[in-house]
Design a protein around this ligand. Structure first.
Ligand SMILES: [Zn+2]
Length: 240
């Protein structure tokens, strides 16, 4: 793709794939059929009128404890509990990003974990790590008219932000309440994250939200080598 060539030093192919994934996923948040499908998954008991951030607590609890399952990176064989070997096969598009094939050396048991970008498929498997969780939770909140975007830190984690009372709120469905809501400094304080770019993705925009998640803003700026990287990211995002 010609437009990306001049940005080679700024962006790896992985970064462009990440941009394409989030754009295609957020476009699904505008698809009425997909929104109806995921809305039907939500039990009425967890639905509320969403006036404050606390109103998100029941749906977060349901999603984490009753609906989704976490896929560990180290998997033990369900038959003999032996640690399984993993082979990662690269996918061919944002729809199927990769397939992880786990094999037990001892008994030959095999388990396959496809990493989907399609909301319908994640909603069926209900399995994943932070990316599947945030892609699907973003869809679930969007389906009940809570405007939600996906946030990516380029350090192996992603989460959501939802618009409540016209301001964007940190929402991480993988974490325990109350850390899952409005605790933007949690990652830096507890996981020692050294952010360079934290970007928030919607279907039509990419925003630099790094400084919301960092209390060490001078260090963030020192880690950045390009003056107008965000401007370039935005240009690329508008073209994919
Ligand atoms: Zn086994």
């Amino acid at each position: 793709m010609r437009i990306f060539r001049s940005f080679n030093q700024l962006l790896s192919h992985n970064t462009i794939d990440t941009f394409i994934l989030y754009k295609r996923v957020c476009e699904q948040y505008n698809n009425a059929d997909i929104m109806n499908l995921v809305k039907d998954l939500i039990p009425s008991s967890v639905l509320k009128l969403y006036y404050t951030e606390q109103d998100l607590k029941p749906i977060l609890h349901w999603f984490k404890y009753d609906f989704m399952r976490w896929m560990p990176k180290l998997l033990r064989c369900e038959k003999c509990h032996y640690e399984m070997d993993v082979q990662v096969v690269t996918g061919n598009s944002w729809r199927l990003r990769a397939t992880e094939i786990y094999l037990c050396d001892k008994c030959g048991f095999e388990q396959v974990f496809p990493r989907y970008g399609e909301i319908r498929k994640i909603a069926v498997t209900r399995l994943g790590r932070c990316s599947e969780w945030s892609l699907l939770f973003g869809a679930i909140l969007s389906s009940i008219s809570i405007k939600t975007r996906i946030v990516h830190d380029f350090l192996d984690h992603c989460w959501n932000e939802s618009s409540i009372n016209d301001s964007w709120l940190h929402v991480d469905s993988t974490l325990e309440f109350p850390i899952s809501l409005n605790h933007p400094h949690y990652y830096e304080q507890n996981w020692g994250k050294k952010f360079r770019y934290v970007l928030a993705f919607s279907h039509d925009s990419l925003e630099d939200v790094t400084m919301i998640y960092s209390e060490q803003q001078d260090n963030v700026l020192k880690r950045r080598n390009h003056k107008n990287a965000v401007g370039e990211f935005k240009k690329i995002y508008s073209k994919i």
